[in-house]
Design a protein. Structure first.
Length: 578
């Protein structure tokens, strides 16, 4: 059994008792279904023409037995439909959990290459289809097999010649079904990819709806969506065509089987080789044979949809995180805050140009370091390497003398606070978003963090204060308000190392002043690395590094770099003129 097969069946393990009960009920369904026509045959052949005194009593007993079997059949069907579906739902939950947890382990490199909408499709649609296969697949196979084999044996015992004539159709049906099931699989896989593209397009458009409206580009987005939507229609066209051939072909075969039984049965009755009761029984079992064929068709659809989903889910689960804890990694306790880059090189992919090359840099405990320079020279990349959002391609980074690859990711990142330029707030309340810095924080700690971030005043002016819902991505707040909540998170986290990615570059003067004041409090006695686009915001830094595509070109305080009259001075003077 290969790795994927083991993974597929592993989801049954926690629910084996429920699965066993489901299969027992499925077996009972099959046996009862096969038994009822035999009771009808017995009633017709042995009782209806009998003149024994207790014939009515026997008929009543047969009727009572059949009613009991129907009641039992109904109860078993109910268990299969209810408990079986619940088993599928529980397995779907487990699959989604595993996939979601794995997605959170993957590095930024993975998300640089994959669209969010496609990943959402795998978490939602694919896991649902797989759960349907988990539930219906085994019972469809079991009931179909038992009904088919049982009906065949019973028909052979009634009239072997007529049974064999009937089953001539089976190999043709099998070949026909196999051929079109392969076409269905390919079409459904393509269709699933297309719905992922639609989700990605919708997610992209709705996330940027304000940009869309500001440029009045609704028509452009509509055309992009229509293009993806039409691709989906074309993929479904192939899937439905294959499905139509599959189902209708099997129905045609079953109808031919019925017509054949009626024809040869009638001939056999005329010749005295068969009686009417046996012909009626044959027709009842032909009806039973049709159900396995229909179940087989249903299973084929479920298999292709479910297994397509399984393949797409496994494609994600089989991606090994490129950034993970090394064996024997230790927790980084409360860090002192010194950071050393030793011959660090970095490239996003093999064969790409190096963003950083042979970088050597020492940052002392509690130092406030500013990184400046033109866009694209690696300032943000350098900072992203410290919490291991990306892995260095060469060299190493040390915190307090320890290689960051030899400490656990969780403990490393707990010691680092990040205030990004583009703040991301989650749907929920103000309190929920500040508490993100420390999920265990008490209400008074949240309020204290907000006060330190100069956010308490505006929060209390909101309709419900800290319990105000801020909407998706914090759309109900201004840019300055969102940035202050982001800073409050960092106060609550209380890390020894801070990374600030120009937290005030897009704010008005009043918001910038409030945030600069809170940042001064936040950065006190912490090792701080600031990415600065506006040089006026880092004039007070004791050490400023000017980065270019050649690496660190200039280093010093603001006054020292101005005195050099080099790259930093030229950039500073240019910004003053703007």
């Amino acid at each position: 059994m290969n790795v994927r097969a083991k993974k597929f069946f592993s989801y049954y393990r926690p629910y084996w008792k429920l699965f066993l009960a489901d299969m027992i009920c499925a077996i009972a369904v099959s046996f009862i279904t096969l038994a009822i026509p035999l009771l009808i045959r017995y009633l017709i052949k042995n009782l209806l023409e009998s003149d024994t005194p207790d014939v009515l009593t026997q008929i009543y007993w047969i009727f009572a037995l059949m009613v009991g079997l129907v009641a039992c059949l109904t109860a078993c069907h109910f268990f299969v439909d209810y408990k079986g579906h619940m088993m599928g739902a529980l397995m779907e939950r487990d699959i989604r959990r595993n996939l979601f947890e794995h997605l959170q382990k993957l590095s930024f490199n993975f998300y640089d290459e994959h669209r969010t909408g496609q990943l959402m499709t795998r978490v939602s649609n694919d896991s649902f289809d797989l759960a349907e296969l988990y539930h219906h697949g085994p019972e469809d196979i079991l009931i179909s097999s038992l009904n088919f084999i049982g009906a065949f044996i019973i028909l052979l015992s009634i009239n072997a010649k007529l049974a064999l004539i009937t089953f001539i159709f089976v190999p043709a049906m099998a070949f026909y079904g196999f051929y079109f099931s392969k076409k269905m699989h390919a079409a459904l896989r393509k269709s699933r990819d297309r719905i992922g593209d639609i989700n990605a397009q919708v997610e992209d458009t709705l996330s940027g709806i304000r940009v869309v409206k500001s440029f009045t580009n609704e028509k452009v987005e509509k055309e992009k969506f229509e293009k993806e939507n039409q691709k989906f229609v074309e993929s479904r066209k192939e899937a439905y065509k294959s499905e139509a051939f599959f189902y209708n072909g099997l129905i045609a075969f079953t109808q031919l089987m019925t017509v054949t039984v009626v024809f040869f049965g009638a001939v056999s009755i005329v010749k005295g080789a068969l009686d009417l009761a046996d012909l009626l029984t044959f027709l009842l079992y032909i009806g039973i044979l049709i159900e396995p064929i229909q179940r087989l068709g249903n299973f084929t659809r479920l298999y292709h949809e479910g297994f397509t989903g399984f393949e797409r889910i496994m494609e994600i689960l089989e991606i090994e995180p490129d950034i993970k804890d090394q064996e024997g990694a230790e927790d980084l306790q409360k860090a002192e805050g010194s950071i050393d880059f030793q011959n660090v090189g970095f490239q996003y992919k093999e064969g790409y140009n190096h963003v950083l090359k042979d970088l050597n840099l020492s940052i002392k405990k509690g130092e406030y370091l500013a990184l400046v320079g033109p866009s694209g020279v690696g300032k943000t990349t350098l900072c992203s390497l410290i919490p291991r959002f990306y892995e260095v391609s060469k060299g190493k980074i040390l915190i307090d003398g320890k290689d960051i690859r030899q400490v656990t990711l969780s403990s490393l990142r707990k010691n680092i606070g990040i205030v990004p330029q583009e703040v991301y707030l989650f749907a929920g309340t103000v309190s929920d978003n500040i508490r993100y810095g420390n999920p265990e924080a008490a209400p008074d700690e949240i309020i204290s963090a907000a006060k330190n971030a100069n956010a308490h005043e505006f929060i209390m002016a909101l309709p419900k204060g800290y319990d105000t819902d801020i909407g998706q991505r914090g759309v109900k707040l201004s840019g300055g308000q969102k940035q202050r909540l982001s800073i409050a998170r960092c106060f609550l986290k209380n890390p020894p190392i801070l990374i600030l990615d120009e937290a005030t570059s897009a704010l008005d003067n009043e918001s910038e002043k409030a945030i600069q004041d809170s940042l001064e409090v936040l950065t006190a006695h912490r090792t701080t690395v600031v990415i600065a686009h506006r040089l006026t915001t880092v004039r007070h830094a004791k050490r400023i590094l000017f980065l270019s595509d050649k690496g660190i070109e200039e280093e010093g305080s603001h006054e020292e770099l101005i005195a050099k009259n080099g790259l930093y001075a030229n950039l500073y003077k240019m910004q003053l003129r703007i």
